[in-house]
Design a protein around this ligand. Structure first.
Ligand SMILES: [Zn+2]
Length: 67
C-alpha cells in the first residue's frame, strides 16, 4: 500500500479507478476546466476526490450511544 500517494496538501493526486456514482472505469482527468477534477465518460459527471485528513478514532461512534 502506497500511503505517501494517498493525499495531502501539495501532493500529486493518485488516479481514481472507478466513478463513485456509476462505478464505471471510463475516467479522465479534467485539468483544463476544473483542475484536480475527474470526468466520467460513462455518466458524464465531473467530480473531485478530497482528502480531509487522518483520524484514528471512529467519527461515527458517539460515547453516549446506548448499547
Ligand atoms: Zn460515472
Amino acid at each position: 500500500m502506497n500511503t505517501a500517494a494517498a493525499g495531502g496538501a501539495g501532493v500529486a493526486r493518485t488516479a481514481v479507478n472507478h466513478c463513485p456514482y456509476c462505478g464505471e472505469d471510463q475516467l479522465r482527468p479534467s485539468d483544463a476546466e476544473y483542475p484536480g477534477a475527474w470526468y466520467c465518460r460513462s455518466c458524464l459527471r465531473l467530480f473531485s476526490v478530497t482528502h480531509h485528513g487522518v483520524r484514528r478514532s471512529d467519527p461515527t461512534r458517539t460515547p453516549q450511544e446506548p448499547r
